[in-house]
Ligand binder design. Structure first.
Ligand code: IMP
Ligand code: MG
Length: 176
């Protein structure tokens, strides 16, 4: 089977939208600093592009999670694979995610992070598939709402491929 990538959101549009998000975030957090948390690995390209354009002070931290399951059925809960380096006590936390799909990951992540007593937690995602939502998540900043299609690029992968594409694409499978 061959794979072809069809452009869904061109690079220029992604960059423009990230600049708009950063401007909005900079305004909303005026007088504060932001503790930006990246959910690895998918969120890393978005986090960097966003962080570069935010005008209030930003500190960065990283975590990695995977979902718990009993073999075949995922319980939905997440397990921390790599935890943050720094405490969140009193900080204004902004989570940078690549995509919100079912919402499970962020639902559980926010629950875990709230227990660390941050001043606030907000969520910023480059992409959202609202039609797929099953878990309760409040997303504060969204780059693009997209249809229920499997997308790659800008940090998002298909079997670890295509993460480094500078645009958002859809994987199309062919027979040849
Ligand atoms: P959720 O917990 O169902 O919201 O899933 C979130 C995670 O699933 C994302 O952070 C991605 O790693 C992955 N994911 C969901 N949809 C896509 C997609 O279209 N392309 C690549 N990864 C995806
Ligand atoms: Mg992710």
């Amino acid at each position: 089977m061959t794979e072809k990538i069809k452009v869904l959101i061109p690079e220029q549009d992604v960059n423009k939208r990230i600049a708009d998000l950063a401007a909005q975030i900079s305004k909303d957090y005026e007088g504060k600093s932001i503790h930006l948390i990246c959910v690895l690995k998918g969120g890393v390209f978005f986090m960097c592009e966003l962080a570069k354009r935010i005008t209030v002070p930003v500190s960065l931290d990283f975590m990695s999670v995977s979902s718990y399951g009993n073999g075949t059925v995922s319980s939905g809960a997440v397990r921390i694979v790599k935890d943050l380096d720094e405490p969140l006590e009193g900080k204004d936390v902004l989570i940078a995610e690549d995509i919100v799909d079912s919402g499970n990951t962020l639902h559980y992540l926010v629950e875990i992070l709230y227990k660390r007593n941050p001043a606030s937690i907000k969520i910023c995602t480059l992409l959202d598939k609202p039609d797929r939502r099953t878990a309760d998540v409040k997303v504060d900043y969204t780059g693009f709402n997209i249809p229920d299609e499997f997308v790659v690029g800008y940090g998002l992968d298909y079997a670890q491929k295509y993460r480094t594409l500078p645009f958002i694409g859809v994987v199309e499978f062919g027979q040849d």
